[in-house]
Ligand binder design. Structure first.
Ligand SMILES: [Zn+2]
Length: 287
């Protein structure tokens, strides 16, 4: 089914203070994102609107690409989530009065490929020093991802950072002795060393550095809890703190970090969770 057809079957789930809500889907797989859009009626401004889901609050933001279309919220589903029913509640505040609208969605099991690890445990083990470095880098990245820039830094559709073939999709499960050891947290693209890598959208480069697993990495904050990451680069064209425009060359593909050959690993982090980049882009591009 095409994106247009999918969009056409969106469910209208009701209205609240004259606000109409649409859910991108009522079934969402682990590692994917779902979107709710809210369109207020004419002369019915909303003071505040947010979604409550599994103990967390997600703010709605004004549609940054088509502001007249109203508001949107993106909710990421953890890759490690197991199938279950979950309730999402949209809370709308007007004249100090709160109204609630709930509906159930189904978290389903994503159809991800599986890979069995053959490396011995000893080979996969990191030295104490490397482990320290990895922990430090993880904490540093999470501190960035959990800081939410409340304004959008993008005003148009997201684009892929290069035109190339996907060599490894998001979500591939890596099994070790039949146990889930890790998963592929981004999308890999075939890229020769030196291939220019472009910003998927406008934003601010918030992390530009070499890291143990990811190698030379650029992370861009697009605002509203959305980050893109570009890993294993051979060189950088930006510094941390720089504002970049969509399509700007931010670096060159390479094979730095823990990799077997040159490629681009693209990651997307939404409200602190690493989700499927291509699916997130397709949702954002329907705004
Ligand atoms: Zn990768």
């Amino acid at each position: 089914m095409g994106v247009k057809a999918l969009w056409a079957i969106l469910l209208l789930v009701g209205s609240l203070f004259g606000v109409q809500f649409h859910y991108s889907s009522t079934k969402v797989a682990n590692g994917k994102t779902f979107m709710i859009t809210a369109k207020p009626g004419k002369n019915e401004p909303i003071e505040r609107i947010y979604a409550a889901f599994e103990g967390k609050r997600y703010p709605f933001y004004r549609n940054p690409i088509h502001p007249k279309r109203g508001y949107y919220v993106l909710i990421p589903i953890d890759y490690h989530a197991t199938p279950h029913r979950a309730r999402v509640t949209v809370v709308t505040v007007k004249n100090g009065e709160k109204r609630y609208k709930s509906r159930w969605i189904r978290i389903i099991k994503g159809r991800y490929p599986k890979e069995s690890l053959t490396v011995s445990a000893a080979k996969a083990r990191l030295s104490a020093e490397d482990r320290k470095r990895v922990d430090r880098e993880y904490k540093e990245a999470m501190a960035i991802y959990l800081k939410e820039t409340k304004r959008p830094r993008f005003r148009s559709r997201f684009r892929l950072p290069l035109k190339s073939r996907i060599t490894s999709p998001y979500g591939t499960a890596r099994l070790f002795n039949h146990l889930l050891k890790s998963y592929h947290s981004g999308t890999d693209f075939k890229a020769k060393t030196g291939t220019p890598i472009k910003a998927a959208n406008s934003g601010r480069a918030v992390l530009v550095k070499n890291r143990f697993f990811a190698g030379n990495s650029v992370v861009i904050d697009h605002g509203e809890g959305i980050y893109t990451g570009y890993y294993h680069l051979s060189g950088f064209c930006v510094k941390a703190g720089d504002f970049v425009k969509k399509g700007d060359i931010i670096g060159y593909a390479g094979s730095t970090g823990r990799v077997t050959g040159p490629h681009l690993h693209l990651s997307t982090t939404l409200h602190g969770m690493q989700v499927d980049p291509l699916q997130l882009f397709s949702l954002l591009n329907r705004l």
